[in-house]
Write a new protein. Structure first.
Length: 145
């Protein structure tokens, strides 16, 4: 008996990947499309002077996580390494997700890109994005000749 991963929503996942690819959300800026086998669930909240992203990444080694910021887009990507499984191990069903993951988020202009921090604890990646003061419009006086 071959071991296969059970994915009841595989059709919807495939459709989501195609839509992401169509919208260019899988583009990592290298001229090639970045693919991911799964996407971590996230919560995003705004707290007074900061934004906070909580991403569920159970079983992922913190050294295998890459958080980057470029042109107002925050990227979270990484890899959850698979455990070696053989048919001799008597697995009847494998549902836990392994492989690469990838998420991107457009941040508002008020995000302080230079002060973003990330930490991983108990399978949750917490990313804190401080806000900076919004740039106020500058009045320019018009002179006459």
């Amino acid at each position: 008996m071959a071991i296969t991963r059970y994915e009841p929503l595989n059709v919807l996942t495939q459709l989501q990947r195609e839509l992401d690819r169509f919208r260019g959300e899988g583009d990592d800026g290298s001229g090639r499309i970045a693919t991911a086998e799964w996407a971590p669930a996230v919560d995003i909240k705004e707290e007074g002077n900061r934004f906070v992203i909580h991403a569920d990444i159970p079983g992922v080694n913190p050294e295998d996580i890459d958080v980057s910021m470029e042109k107002g887009v925050l990227t979270i990507k990484g890899e959850k390494n698979t455990e070696a499984k053989t048919e001799k191990d008597n697995y009847k069903r494998v549902e836990r997700i392994y492989g690469s993951f990838y998420r991107r988020f457009s941040l508002p202009d008020t995000a302080d890109n230079d002060a973003i921090s990330a930490k991983c604890k108990n399978g949750v990646l917490d990313i804190v994005i401080p806000k900076r003061e919004a740039v106020k419009p500058k009045k320019i006086s018009v002179v006459t000749d």
